[in-house]
Design a protein around this ligand. Structure first.
Ligand code: ZN
Length: 159
């Protein structure tokens, strides 16, 4: 009836790239490096959705060796992932996610991220929890070398 999944993702932060988080472009000095737009939050949610149904991981479904996914908008990856979930007869109950980065401040952007993710997953914004934390200047996140995201999702079999 119910399935739970978890996802985790990391990306390097570099100058000269845009910072996309939760499907929203965030004004920042550095952006995340990756084959796609490197949206660490959407990638963690994709992995949580896939994990809930033991469907493997994002790298298996959207290989970073494929030109098809070069600089791709990760909202498209989330759309494709949720289509797989619906195809298996499941729908999302809720998502809870955490971002780990030193800066910029994420709070002003959380509502836009919730809206973006909720509309793709066909849930309400109350079903999409997003938190953000720094690492108190410790480690790779603290040195602003990278960022991380974790996500948990609950799926329910359609009646
Ligand atoms: Zn990623």
């Amino acid at each position: 009836m119910y399935r739970i999944g978890s996802g985790i993702d990391f990306h390097r932060l570099v100058e000269g790239r845009d910072l996309w988080l939760g499907g929203v472009k965030i004004p920042a000095e550095k952006g995340a490096l990756g084959h796609s737009d490197a949206d660490v939050l959407l990638h963690a949610i994709c992995d949580a959705l896939l994990g809930a149904l033991a469907l493997g991981d994002i790298g298996h479904h959207f290989p970073d060796t494929s030109q098809e996914f070069k600089n791709i908008d990760s909202k498209i990856l989330l759309e494709r992932t949720i289509s797989l979930v619906w195809g298996k007869g499941y729908e999302v109950v809720n998502v809870d996610a955490s971002l780990c980065l030193e800066k910029p401040k994420i709070k002003p952007h959380i509502a836009a991220m919730q809206q973006t993710i909720a509309s793709i997953l066909k849930v309400t914004i109350e079903d999409v929890g997003i938190k953000a934390t720094t690492m108190e200047r410790m480690g790779f996140v603290g040195r602003e070398e990278g960022l991380a995201a974790m996500a948990t999702v609950l799926l329910k079999k359609r009646g």
